[in-house]
Design a protein around this ligand. Structure first.
Ligand code: ZN
Length: 434
């Protein structure tokens, strides 16, 4: 992949030029290259103020899924950056020149934490447990014609955070259009604005709203020892190449726990995970709305009860519920376990499909060994904040995390049969209004 970068009037453009083998690689991949150009609007910043290592790292994060064997970096970089990145990029080589006068980025002495903020429930819960000088940075995607995406609610949350005193940063960027279907090209690509502005804002770390399900594999087939895993090593090392630490303050908190935090925290009112609805009006059609509303019923926080039954008619939700396992199956199971089935009999087929006898109360609590994936500097304050909202897990609950294994359940005949019954039920799905 050949790349180039230019800056004009505060707009950074990163251009990709796939080579023949990249084109072949993309053809065999599930995601396509939707655009060869990404723009990031960095108002008030000159090119001279952006260290070339930051531009190079952003380029790597944008190119990552589309590269076959090499990335030719868009600019000269520091030796430390190149060597550090090369220590983890094993799927392709990084080609670039070391600039003799380019020094590696040193972490700021009095730095502050950044947060790649999305406006959703998990990212709001992350902000709630982080120090008050945290800089939330939201990447705002321009809306293209025909898109269901609606940034109104997220931008409204950003305004709220500004009003209550956060140094809230909103950066416009179309980089999600590089990927087809539209979305972040790599797992931490939504932190590119934070990376590019890290020196400007004096950041020493970037936090993400990654929850227990995504980090430790709970709700997926098996437990993952995340701090020792390839994902943390890969992205953590890339960030360290530009003097930033990766921080996952809520990695030990399930989606159940983040909902509980948002119920009680001062910031909770802004949490809206749906990226289609307007301010305070989730679309009630998408998968996120279904999961969040179901969970709201379980923990007693929401809602107009008929909503869940209606959302179940959505083909998008039915498609997600047909996945095996269901995405965040633990959260769906926890919710159904805590909902009065007699009042919601339309959930019957789904209920039969789940491991409804499994004790999942540990999802309300904090898996405290996850503090390892928070920078030492902030560990104490984050620990104190979390336990203000939810309790740490007991040792037997921690054991439930470490021993998480859905495979025997998923492989059993009765699960497969009830999965078939659920997916066959859609056509004659019954729903009583009221
Ligand atoms: Zn929605």
């Amino acid at each position: 992949m050949l790349t180039s970068a230019s800056m004009d009037n505060g707009v950074l453009s990163i251009n990709l030029e796939p080579e023949k083998e990249d084109v072949e690689h993309i053809k065999g991949s599930k995601i396509g290259l939707g655009s060869e150009k990404a723009k990031i609007i960095l108002e008030g910043v000159n090119k001279e103020n952006i260290h070339p290592d930051l531009i190079a790292l952003s380029t790597i994060l944008i190119c990552h899924p589309f590269v076959s064997s090499r990335i030719k970096l868009p600019c000269e970089v520091s030796e430390f950056f190149l060597e550090t990145c090369r220590s983890v990029t094993t799927k392709y080589t990084l080609e670039g020149n070391v600039g003799s006068s380019i020094e590696a980025i040193k972490p700021p002495i009095r730095g502050r934490p950044g947060l790649a903020f999305s406006g959703g429930a998990d990212s709001t819960a992350a902000l709630s447990v982080m120090p008050s000088n945290t800089v939330p940075i939201f990447m705002n995607r321009p809306i293209k014609k025909g898109s269901k995406y609606n940034s109104e609610a997220a931008l409204n949350s950003c305004n709220f955070l500004k009003e209550v005193g956060y140094d809230m940063i909103v950066v416009d960027s179309d980089l999600e259009y590089v990927r087809d279907p539209v979305g972040f090209p790599s797992d931490i690509a939504h932190s590119i604005p934070a990376i590019l502005l890290s020196q400007h804002l004096g950041l020493d770390s970037i936090a993400f709203g990654t929850v227990l399900e995504s980090a430790f594999g709970i709700g997926h087939e098996k437990y993952i020892d995340y701090p020792k895993g390839a994902h943390y090593r890969f992205f953590g090392t890339l960030l360290s190449a530009v003097g930033l630490q990766m921080s996952l303050p809520i990695a030990g908190i399930s989606e159940v726990g983040t909902s509980i935090i948002n119920e009680v925290s001062d910031l909770g009112i802004i949490a809206q995970s749906c990226i289609r609805g307007g301010v305070g009006k989730p679309c009630r059609y998408c998968w996120k709305c279904f999961r969040k509303e179901l969970l709201g019923m379980a923990i007693g926080s929401t809602l107009s009860v008929p909503a869940v039954g209606k959302i179940m008619h959505s083909p998008e939700v039915q498609k997600k519920l047909s996945d095996f396992p269901i995405s965040h199956e633990n959260v769906v199971t926890f919710s159904i376990r805590n909902i009065d089935f007699e009042e919601h009999r339309y959930l019957g087929f789904l209920r039969n499909r789940l491991d409804i006898g499994k004790d999942l109360e540990f999802l309300r609590n904090w898996y405290s060994p996850s503090i390892k994936v928070v920078p030492d500097k902030y560990a104490d304050s984050i620990r104190k904040s979390i336990i203000r909202y939810i309790e740490p897990m007991s040792s037997s609950q921690e054991e439930q995390v470490v021993c998480w294994d859905m495979v025997p359940f998923l492989e059993s005949k009765s699960t497969k049969d009830s999965h078939f019954a659920l997916t066959s039920s859609w056509q004659d799905f019954y729903w009583e209004e009221n």
